[in-house]
Ligand binder design. Sequence first.
Ligand code: ATP
Ligand code: MG
Length: 261
Amino acid sequence: MSLLVVDNVTLRFGGVAALDGVATEIGRGEIRGIIGPNGSGKTTLLNAICGIHRPDAGEIRLDGEKLTGLKPSEIARRGLGRTFQTSQLFRGMTVLENMICGLHRRTTTGLLAAGLRLRSARAEEAETVERARAALDFVGMGAFADRPASALSFGQQRVVEIARTLIGEPKIVLLDEPAVGLSLNRVAEFDALLRRIRDEKGVTLVLVEHVIRLVMEISDRITVLNSGRKIAEGKPVEVRNNPEVIEAYLGKELRARRAAS
Ligand SMILES: Nc1ncnc2c1ncn2[C@@H]1O[C@H](COP(=O)(O)OP(=O)(O)OP(=O)(O)O)[C@@H](O)[C@H]1O
Ligand SMILES: [Mg+2]
């Protein structure tokens, strides 16, 4: 059984279909690339999967369970992690504080109940901190735990955001353009990190990415969107040689890269 099923999802903003009958199945342990021109619906697809936007039609299932209609926090609890296209770190907080911020449930209970719960709350917090440190160690950022997030390079911020998704031991993590702005040798390191997350943690990865070299190299399969529709899907070599994909996307990307070099 596929881990994630996107079943004919349509999502409109006003009159515009940002997703138009998109269907795909992602296998357990797969690394799936999602590519397409600007505005083709890649981020909207991730937002539909993680519950930020609710589809107008169609359904999304994780491990056979329907996600459509659940809140983002409920979907996260079912084993789905997510990073965003822009950095979500608070620059004034330490890396470790950023890792655990938002994970604590706010309690609205009275003082007595709070007192009674203090011991278990403390134990829970200690465990969260331990898991956050372990996640930072795993991605090679352990030494930065107590430094301010503002001290991190752009690439390091992306890595910390990925580490943060690992704290909850997700089944699947959605990454929105994590490698944008990385230098070429950082891209190679990044490729190795994503593979370790899949191989050692068993996490399925969905990667929206404009860095074509990375997505071609790392993806088991690639889904191509154009104007909210899936125009191709297959192994990297199949997608790379697909005339419609070259016309809609790769041709433009390659020309832009040639012009930049
Ligand atoms: N919250 C929103 N309200 C209205 N329209 C939106 C909203 N989010 C996205 N859109 C529109 O939906 C379409 C798909 O946008 P989306 O952000 O999913 O594209 P994308 O493939 O992620 O593009 P990029 O590569 O630039 O990140 C675009 O036409 C966009 O303008
Ligand atoms: Mg986007």
